[in-house]
Ligand binder design. Structure first.
Ligand code: IPM
Ligand code: MG
Length: 377
């Protein structure tokens, strides 16, 4: 059943660096197909962030980009980073500063990274099938505090550097509430990952989260030190439901957990704040693949699905997810998961678009796509 109402949304698009523009172009195709089928209007406003913004304006996050993002209902972002900065520790301006400032400026304090083992991809993972099959984890990573945003110093002679790490009760509580609520909607388990045997900030996390637990009596709370968590995630990932953790630990364990899904090219994420939300694939700018039409667009496409859910368009989000599921089933996928008969980035995007537009048409012959003829017969 298609809804008869039509809605208009402003979506800020930040293609960013590396493969960002290629994969975001596919996510836009999916959104346009949704707009077409469900009668919505998506008004896109594109803006610069990252190395491309430095090249064009000298600033990784121009004012105009902040304005466009603040005025939007949601933000879709591609990737950030360029090797010319990675290999230059002296660079004063870095692409990544753009993303960090945007997170801070918009107050995007809660980063949600779902990790699922897709049945079709389990054998692509370096981990054993029986270990990862059935895994379904949601990582809640704090995104605007901790060591990322603490005071940084470098001694005058350049021989000593520091990065401060601080957290307040308020910063911990606001994300912990979201994580507890997510656990209630899922399998009622919350694991706090910290380093409370060493770090004062981690002890504060433990205290605050423990004190909140009675408000969520149906959620079982447990704790893991981050080093042990890093091991448990690949030893027995099925034990996890919602993982809550601070900024740096979340950065590291979410990349680690992506291995379970078979490809980092499939992992989407949402970064939400009080008034704004940003959606992005977690894979990064993958410079070696830039411009080659080989990067996996599914993480961006799934990020667009998360964006739709955030806008309250659940049925529309499901339509994208079904299309992704179908592309995996039919192996209409890029070389990272389909090395023998790979499809290009844009062909995968075309398939997703076609499938959304024709999903209810039983005459649509999907096998044609395999012959490069994504047409309706
Ligand atoms: C991520 C990325 C960023 C981070 C970088 C690009 C600054 O690794 O979103 O996980 O460390 O947060
Ligand atoms: Mg990261």
């Amino acid at each position: 059943m298609r809804p008869t109402y039509s809605m208009t949304f402003n979506i800020a698009i930040l293609p960013g660096d590396g493969i960002g523009p290629e994969v975001i172009a596919q996510a836009k195709k999916a959104l346009d197909a949704i707009a077409d089928i469900y009668n919505h209007t998506f008004i896109y406003r594109e803006a610069l962030m990252g190395a491309i913004a430095i090249d064009q304006t000298g600033n990784p996050l121009p004012e105009e980009t902040i304005d466009i993002c603040e005025d939007s209902d949601a933000i879709l972002f591609g990737a950030i980073g360029d090797p010319k900065y990675d290999n230059d520790p002296k660079a004063k301006v870095r692409p990544e500063q753009g993303l960090l400032r945007l997170r801070k400026q918009l107050g995007l304090f809660c980063n949600i990274r779902p990790v699922k083992a897709y049945d079709k991809l389990i054998d692509k993972s370096p981990l054993k099938r029986h270990i990862i099959s059935g895994t379904d984890i949601s990582i809640y990573r704090e995104l605007t505090g901790g060591i990322y945003f603490g005071e940084k110093t470098l001694s005058e002679d350049g021989t000593v550097a520091t990065d401060g790490c601080s957290y307040s009760v308020e910063e911990i509580e606001r994300i912990a509430h979201l994580a507890f609520k997510a656990a209630q909607e899922r399998r009622n388990k919350l694991t706090l990952v910290d380093k409370a045997n060493v770090l004062e900030t981690s002890r504060l996390w433990r205290r605050v989260v423990t004190e909140m637990a009675p408000q969520y009596p149906d959620v079982t709370l447990d704790f893991l030190f981050v080093d042990n968590a890093a091991m448990q995630i690949i030893l027995n990932p099925k034990q996890f439901d919602v993982i809550l953790t601070e900024n740096l630990f979340g950065d590291i364990i979410s990349d680690e957990a992506s291995v379970i899904g078979g490809s980092i090219g499939l992992l989407a994420s949402a970064s939400v704040g009080k008034d704004n939300a940003l959606f992005e694939p977690i894979h990064g700018s993958f410079p070696q693949a830039t411009g080659k039409d080989i990067a996996n667009p599914l993480a961006s496409i799934l990020s667009a699905a998360m964006l739709l859910t955030h806008l309250g368009l659940n049925e529309e989000a499901n339509a994208i997810e079904r299309a992704v599921q179908k592309s995996l089933e039919l192996e209409i996928t890029t070389e990272d998961i389909n090395p023998d008969k790979p499809f290009s980035t844009s062909k995968v995007g075309d398939f997703i678009e076609d499938y959304i537009l024709n999903q209810e048409d039983s005459n649509f012959n999907f096998t044609n796509v395999h012959m490069g003829q994504s047409t309706i017969i």
